[in-house]
Design a protein around this ligand. Structure first.
Ligand SMILES: [Zn+2]
Length: 341
């Protein structure tokens, strides 16, 4: 296969991280230094009903899937074993060296001003080194779009990014024209704190988003496609335009303080995980009705089943979405249905 970057040489490089390893490692904790929690790695897509967890983590979601009789597929197990966000034989060694240069520039000049600093009370930071910023974050966007089919950015944007990154002498105007929004989630405390951040890729209401541990990247094809979307409290309607850089003098980053940062992960779990789980229960319920009664349940009956999951007082909030509770709840719900018939 030919390298997707130079489009000339043989793609001979194994284990290329398409999300910079030095950024995501502390969240995913691949070294196993802290096995208690592995960070949240996921993909959100409008086209799939579930959040696609790429690795096996001891979550209630996993237990629920298990309890409901679904084993992880071969593919999911293979994905889980793969090194996170890395690919083999997509790029060549020469291009990999070029990526590393961009990454090192960022981690030497920009990262120390962010990571490890208490930015409480700071809501934004401005960087005159806009080219270093843009190259680094746009590299993440472009590589991810090449390596992860879920992140299907418009082909015109993908081409433009490759050309901009490939030719360092290309006019500054072109690289500066890409609308790029970066948020920094100030992470204070020990390494374990980083595992509470998110690493994942999503297209959320048409916005292309990369959750990149203590960074969030949002990119747009052009000025006209810039759109405010609420993303777990990361964006604010009145400042979104301000923080979306294009043709800027200095590159502006939005800063979210440590307390609000934890709220972002919480909001993610509330909004996405629970919602997707509910869709999952709905499907299971419909299948079970079909199997038991030979017909699909009415919307009203399905709603009653789901409402009970969310609101019934047969459990505590802590156990509401555990496999044990869902099974007991479903059992008694079906028992009532049988009895009524
Ligand atoms: Zn190459």
């Amino acid at each position: 296969m030919t390298c997707k970057f130079c489009q000339k040489r043989e793609a001979d490089k194994k284990n290329t991280h398409y999300l910079t390893d030095g950024i995501i490692r502390s969240c995913l904790n691949e070294d196993g230094a802290n096995v208690r929690e592995k960070g949240y790695m996921f993909e959100v897509s409008n086209s799939t009903p579930f959040i696609d967890f790429n690795f096996q983590r001891e979550t209630s979601q996993n237990s629920i899937l298990e309890a409901l009789g679904r084993e992880p597929t071969e593919e999911e197990i293979a994905n889980a074993k793969q090194i996170a966000y890395s690919v083999d034989y997509v790029f060549c060694r020469t291009c990999e060296g070029f990526f590393t240069e961009i990454e090192e520039q960022f981690s030497q000049t920009i990262l120390p001003r962010l990571r490890g600093n208490d930015l409480t009370g700071t809501s934004e930071l401005s960087f005159p080194e806009k080219t270093i910023m843009r190259q680094f974050f746009l590299l993440q966007v472009w590589r991810t779009s090449i390596c992860d089919p879920i992140f299907n950015i418009p082909p015109a944007l993908q081409n433009e990014l490759r050309e901009i990154l490939f030719d360092k002498d290309i006019s500054e105007q072109r690289i500066n024209a890409i609308p790029l929004n970066v948020t920094y989630l100030n992470t204070l405390g020990d390494d374990f704190e980083y595992t509470k951040n998110l690493v994942g890729i999503g297209i959320i209401d048409g916005n292309y988003v990369i959750f990149f541990n203590d960074f969030t990247i949002q990119v747009f094809e052009n000025e006209a496609s810039i759109k405010y979307v609420d993303i777990y409290g990361i964006n604010a309607k009145d400042t979104f335009n301000h923080f979306t850089n294009r043709n800027e003098e200095s590159f502006i980053i939005k800063v979210i303080n440590n307390t609000e940062r934890i709220e972002v992960s919480n909001a993610y779990f509330r909004q996405e995980k629970v919602e997707k789980q509910l869709n999952f229960y709905k499907e299971i319920f419909q299948k079970q009705c079909l199997a038991s009664f030979g017909q699909m349940p009415s919307e009203r009956l399905t709603a009653a089943f789901i409402n009970g999951i969310i609101h019934d007082k047969d459990c505590t909030d802590a156990t509401r979405y555990t496999a044990d509770r869902i099974l007991k709840y479903s059992y008694s719900f079906f028992e009532r249905l049988y009895n009524y018939r």
